[in-house]
Design a protein around this ligand. Structure first.
Ligand SMILES: Nc1nc2c(c(=O)[nH]1)N(C=O)[C@@H](CNc1ccc(C(=O)N[C@@H](CCC(=O)O)C(=O)O)cc1)CN2
Ligand SMILES: Nc1ncnc2c1ncn2[C@@H]1O[C@H](COP(=O)(O)OP(=O)(O)OP(=O)(O)O)[C@@H](O)[C@H]1O
Length: 239
């Protein structure tokens, strides 16, 4: 509920309409900064919690979640998938997934965040397993295609081609499938592009599958803003 709706709720239509709009805008701004502060505190908590997950635990959960994905019919059927390249801590490992998808002949795309932008993420095609083995860690330690390879395999949404599935990371998730990321809105913006393309070309947007460690599942509801898109499915070791 925003400030205007709250006024409406508490004071009814006539009184609410007397509040100057600058006042309700200020209320919205205050709600936004409270939400941002809340997200920031949660990111700190989850980052600390995830740093304590042992290597053995991470490997075991990654294997369990990977098996679950392999048993998911929409994964088996997907011809074009995007998958994140996992960090060494705090995320379900995706190496086995990427290798499997390439071996099955799927078109595989991985995220590329150009350093000149703080908001744009592209999905670049990983042509084969050799390209995967040669990936270099970027400024955040995330494996990406080097810039000289960028044009080789093309981009996922080039020529209006849609993705069938997006396998996405996150920092925390809740029971209502809300997702808290690292705070750049990369995936929310990318999904906006997919949805715009889907409506323009009368196709379906990709199925979004988030992979989570049990330590990433929040017992309390996460804060959400109007841009946040829920993944269609969350796979974690507990389910
Ligand atoms: N493995 C993996 N790949 C991914 C993501 C992810 O979450 N995991 N992303 C999901 O979106 C994108 C990268 N997202 C990022 C979001 C925020 C910052 C960031 O705020 N960096 C800080 C410094 C590092 C830090 O705070 O830890 C900065 O640049 O100021 C970096 C990457 C694309 N690839
Ligand atoms: N689709 C969008 N269009 C415009 N701004 C957006 C969009 N999605 C997110 N933002 C803005 O980007 C900032 C970061 O968003 P948010 O905190 O939701 O990131 P996140 O989903 O946690 O991170 P990430 O997707 O990078 O893992 C916020 O200021 C948010 O308002």
């Amino acid at each position: 509920m925003n400030f205007e709706q709250l006024n409406q709720h508490v004071f009814g239509d006539r009184l609410a309409s007397r509040w100057p709009s600058s006042m309700s805008r200020r209320g919205d701004d205050m709600a936004m900064s409270a939400l941002r502060a809340q997200k920031k505190a949660l990111r700190k908590d989850f980052t600390a919690r995830l740093a304590r997950v042992t290597e053995a635990e991470l490997a075991a959960q990654s294997q369990r979640v990977t098996e679950k994905l392999f048993q998911t019919p929409s994964y088996v059927q997907a011809g074009r998938i995007s998958c994140y390249t996992s960090l060494s801590v705090g995320e379900i490992r995706t190496d086995a997934i990427i290798r499997d998808a390439l071996a099955r002949g799927k078109a595989v795309f991985i995220p590329y965040c150009p350093p000149e932008s703080k908001t744009i993420m592209r999905m670049l095609r990983l042509l084969d397993v050799h390209a995967f083995d040669e990936l270099q860690a970027n400024r955040w330690g995330i494996r990406e295609l080097a810039s000289d390879r960028q044009s080789i395999g093309g981009e996922a949404l080039d020529e209006d081609a849609m993705l069938d599935m997006i396998i996405m990371p996150g920092l925390a998730f809740d029971q209502a499938r809300n997702r808290l990321g690292h705070g750049r809105g990369y995936y929310d913006r990318y999904l906006d592009r997919c949805h715009a393309l889907a409506s323009r070309t009368a196709t379906h947007p990709p199925l979004t599958v988030a992979l989570a460690l049990t330590e990433q599942m929040s017992h309390t509801p996460l804060p959400v803003d109007e841009h946040d898109r829920k993944p269609d499915m969350i796979l974690y070791a507990g389910t």
